[in-house]
Design a protein around this ligand. Structure first.
Ligand SMILES: NC(=O)c1ccc[n+]([C@@H]2O[C@H](COP(=O)([O-])OP(=O)(O)OC[C@H]3O[C@@H](n4cnc5c(N)ncnc54)[C@H](OP(=O)(O)O)[C@@H]3O)[C@@H](O)[C@H]2O)c1
Length: 338
């Protein structure tokens, strides 16, 4: 059994992670952390776990936690995460970090977009991006893995083969995303308050969303060219899910069938990528680790559509997929629907 600790375990991604790990035959959750001083029982915070997990939240004591765990999942916000993750990794315990702290290639870009000094600058640029479909070998041996952001997940997977085969312009990409409210986390905010977001759809952070440099860095790395993504996220009144429409300019004449067959060939052995003929919908992937992808041609424009569940393939499902790769388990363990 691999002994698991979860940091920031009161939040939404942790709630999903616990439910997935409870189905995992080789994982045992031994510690859940929270800043709460009264050490609530897990079922007080996550009532859906009643009868399934008997643990109390504990305040973080990093050396003790690392001693008791073989793998730690950090579900903390950026900056708070790296300041603890660096101490855990230094003990030799392996970590999957959900935050953005280790996803980018250099500290200057991180500081520019996140606005804080990086708590662990020496590791930035040396941590594999936690997308096994693209970086499996690096993840398998890593002490620390940077779990991807929810918004970049579908588009990075869909765009990688198209950019590698140079069939779309790398600097004329627009990603339009429709995101469920759980993407903003469990901590209440005015924009996610029910009367503010229900029966309404609004764009947010247009041109300055923090996932922008992640798209550019990862897609630039896998296709070895400068990539520039314009990212337009929208908040939609649903609990979970992300649908993206990606507007592209083809570099040559190419048919819808040719693009679909390129995607199918590229991902033929990937258990969680489904290249589909129909138009994807968040409902088709909800509570699963699947990414649905399709393509449509419109005159001289190409539109690629993707759908994921932000809390599964966009966070906790991807984290367990990474965990499976790191510890040598079948990659689909605990992740396929019944
Ligand atoms: N939500 C998504 O769809 C999604 C997808 C991909 C990645 N992520 C990333 O995953 C991480 C967790 O996201 P989430 O949606 O689960 O967030 P969340 O629901 O807000 O939970 C985060 C938890 O971290 C703890 N926390 C908050 N601020 C802290 C601080 N300054 N120091 C220490 N602990 C703190 C809180 O627990 P206590 O108050 O109990 O201490 C909180 O419950 C974030 O880095 C997020 O960017 C989220």
């Amino acid at each position: 059994m691999v002994r698991i600790g979860i940091l920031g375990a009161t939040g939404y991604t942790a709630q999903e992670l616990i439910q997935i790990l409870l189905r995992h035959p080789h994982a045992e959750i031994v510690a859940l952390t929270s800043r709460a001083e009264d050490h609530p029982h897990v079922t007080e915070v996550h009532p859906q776990l009643t009868g399934r997990l008997d643990l109390q939240f504990e305040q973080l004591d990093t050396p003790k936690l690392a001693e008791r765990c073989d793998c730690v999942f950090s579900c903390l916000p950026h900056a708070a995460s790296a300041s603890i993750v660096k101490q855990v990794v230094d003990t030799g315990t392996r970590v999957v970090d959900f935050s953005a702290d280790y996803r980018l290639g250099d500290v200057a870009t991180y500081t520019q977009w996140y606005g804080n000094e990086h708590p662990d600058p020496d590791r930035v640029g040396h941590v594999p991006y936690g997308m096994p479909e693209l970086f499996r070998a690096d993840i398998a041996t890593a002490a620390l893995v940077a779990n991807p952001g929810c918004n970049p997940t579908g588009p990075i997977l869909a765009l990688t083969p198209l950019l590698q085969h140079q069939i779309v312009e790398p600097t004329r990409i627009v990603v339009d995303a429709k995101c469920g409210v759980s993407g903003a986390g469990r901590n209440p905010k005015l924009v996610t308050h029910f009367p503010e977001c229900n029966e309404s759809v609004t764009a947010y952070n247009v041109g300055h969303h923090r996932h922008t440099p992640e798209f550019n860095h990862v897609l630039g790395t896998v296709s070895r060219q400068a990539v520039q993504v314009g990212f337009v996220p929208h908040l939609v009144p649903m609990d979970r899910g992300i649908l993206t429409a990606i507007y592209l300019t083809p570099t040559k004449q190419v048919s819808q069938d040719e693009v679909l067959s390129l995607l199918r060939q590229h991902y033929a052995d990937e258990p969680f990528i489904r290249v589909v003929e129909h138009l994807p919908a968040t409902k088709h992937v909800t509570h699963t680790n699947y990414v649905d992808i399709t393509v449509r041609m419109m005159e001289d424009q190409m539109v690629v559509l993707t759908a994921i569940d932000n809390l599964v393939k966009g966070a906790s499902g991807a984290a367990v997929q990474n965990f499976n790769v790191m510890f040598g388990f079948d990659e689909t363990t605990a992740l396929l629907p019944a």
